[in-house]
Write a protein that binds this ligand. Structure first.
Ligand SMILES: N[C@@H](CCC(=O)N[C@@H](CS)C(=O)NCC(=O)O)C(=O)O
Length: 222
């Protein structure tokens, strides 16, 4: 059986789970408490990070974007990165936007401070960082709105990796009720379209013990 080492509120793990769903590939999800730094897990990924995919033939693939590109090559029937080099370049640009820029400006301030610290025993959230995260997110939501007012999906006319990467990040923040949807209605409508896809179902079913999501989290008409 294909296996995916993951964490429920890891945006990079969610990105891979959604890709697997879109491509109709089954995988057993194995939660990995990365902070425990298990030797068996470090042997799979010396960086100690999730996600890690072990494919049917035992191939070990590490890093969400490397996994995305691997799955696109090995299981090309349902393409998620575009059909020509220009479309793939635009997809990769937006994936990098969310995995790098959004991660640094928003996720590291909000998710790390509010959630990761709690599990990893890192102390109280730093309120200046949390405030910065809440401010920074507006520029990214404004950019999503700018894109979807000009295109059907983020990277163009087809749903794909750019959409699911952005949604993977936002879904983690939505779980802690940190997305200002009401101030960015076109972005909310785009997210509602992504959210209603079957590949998103397991994401919406996630439930972390002692940390319930807000009511609207799994609601398709939020
Ligand atoms: N570039 C990596 C980043 C993965 C990453 O940052 N994973 C986090 C969870 S969201 C992690 O496992 N961190 C382990 C740690 O901080 O010790 C990817 O795209 O997969």
């Amino acid at each position: 059986m294909r296996r995916l080492y993951h964490l429920p509120l890891s945006p990079f793990s969610r990105k891979v789970r959604i890709i697997l769903g879109e491509k109709g590939l089954e995988a057993t999800l194995i939660p990995e408490k990365v902070w425990e730094r298990r030797p068996e897990f470090l042997a799979l990924n010396p960086a100690g990070e999730v996600p890690v995919l072990i494919d049917l033939d035992g191939t070990v693939v590490v890093d969400s974007q490397v996994i995305a590109e691997y799955l696109e090559e090995v299981y090309p029937d349902r393409r998620l990165m575009g059909f020509d080099p220009a479309a793939r370049a635009e997809t990769r640009r937006l994936v990098a936007w969310f995995d790098q820029l959004f991660q640094t400006e928003v996720m590291a301030h909000l998710l790390y401070e509010k959630v990761n610290k709690r599990f990893m025993g890192g102390g109280e959230p730093d309120s200046a960082k949390v405030r910065a995260g809440h401010q920074n997110i507006h520029r990214h939501m404004t950019y999503v709105t700018w894109l979807v007012e000009r295109r059907k999906w983020l990277a163009g006319e087809e749903y794909g990796l750019a959409d699911l990467t952005a949604a993977a990040h936002l879904s983690c923040l939505d779980y802690i009720n940190a997305v200002p949807w009401d101030a960015h209605l076109p972005a909310r409508d785009w997210y509602a379209r992504v959210k209603s896809r079957p590949s998103f179902r397991t994401i919406l079913a996630d439930h972390i013990a002692g940390m319930p999501p807000p009511r609207h989290y799994a609601d398709l008409d939020f």
